[in-house]
Design a protein around this ligand. Structure first.
Ligand code: ADP
Ligand code: 5GP
Length: 186
């Protein structure tokens, strides 16, 4: 299956993916965000069914076994995955569907949807990435160091993606993403 309306957004934790996606969704009602399932605990303010489907390990394993996930990965000791059915339904309706997922998941999607638009978001620097993760103040010290290590691995794979966008100035990054998404054939 191929589809240019499927957009994969990947980049290290803390780079600003959630912030960028929030603005994109506000500005473009035709964009839909796929809600992932995760075994991670909710952060303050996160809502089940909106930010994630928060599930336990057992439920997650069942989703894998029943082939209900388009892709899934382990990230920083938790599991994350994209429920397949809603994505297929939205694409069939002609919507633009955004997946905000990490590297291993992006690699799996590349196999199923080779024509998906794959965007990698970079931080202006490693120091700024660490500042942003710490500024969010929602992760333990251990979780922060796991995320920083993973960030280095993810950034090393940036050239696997169709385009790389630096999230330094938010508005500039948003404009670049919009250009990439909406210059695609409709
Ligand atoms: P991610 O979803 O990639 O983990 P978040 O969207 O949670 O990242 O952003 C991490 C932190 O960085 C947040 O505090 C957010 O406000 C901040 N941030 C995001 N984009 C920018 C930017 N362009 N400049 C400065 N801070 C930013
Ligand atoms: P967080 O715990 O900060 O919300 O997310 C951690 C990482 O998991 C981020 O890089 C995020 O993009 C990624 N992620 C979120 N949902 C999914 C998903 O469904 N699949 C995969 N592979 N990664 C995901």
């Amino acid at each position: 299956m191929t589809n240019k309306r499927l957009i994969v957004l990947t980049g290290p934790s803390g780079v600003g993916k959630g912030t960028l996606v929030g603005s994109l969704l506000q500005r473009h009602p035709e964009l839909c965000l796929s809600v992932s399932a995760t075994t991670r605990s909710p952060r303050p303010g996160e809502i089940h069914g909106k930010n994630y489907y928060f599930v336990d390990q057992q439920r997650f394993q069942k989703m894998i076994a029943a082939d209900e996930l388009l892709e899934w990965a382990e990230f920083a000791t938790n599991y994350y995955g994209t429920p397949k059915a809603p994505v297929e339904k939205l694409l069939a309706e002609g919507k633009f569907v955004l997946l905000e997922i990490e590297l291993q998941g992006a690699r799996q999607v590349r196999k199923t949807f080779p024509n998906a638009l794959q965007i990698f978001i970079l931080p202006p620097s490693g120091e700024e990435l660490e500042r942003r993760i710490r500024g969010r103040a929602q992760d333990s010290e251990e979780a922060i160091s796991r995320r920083l290590q993973r960030a280095r691995d993810e950034i090393a794979a940036k050239n696997e993606f169709d385009i790389q966008i630096v999230n330094d100035d938010l508005e500039t990054a948003l404009a670049e993403i919009e250009k990439a998404i909406f210059s695609v054939d409709k």
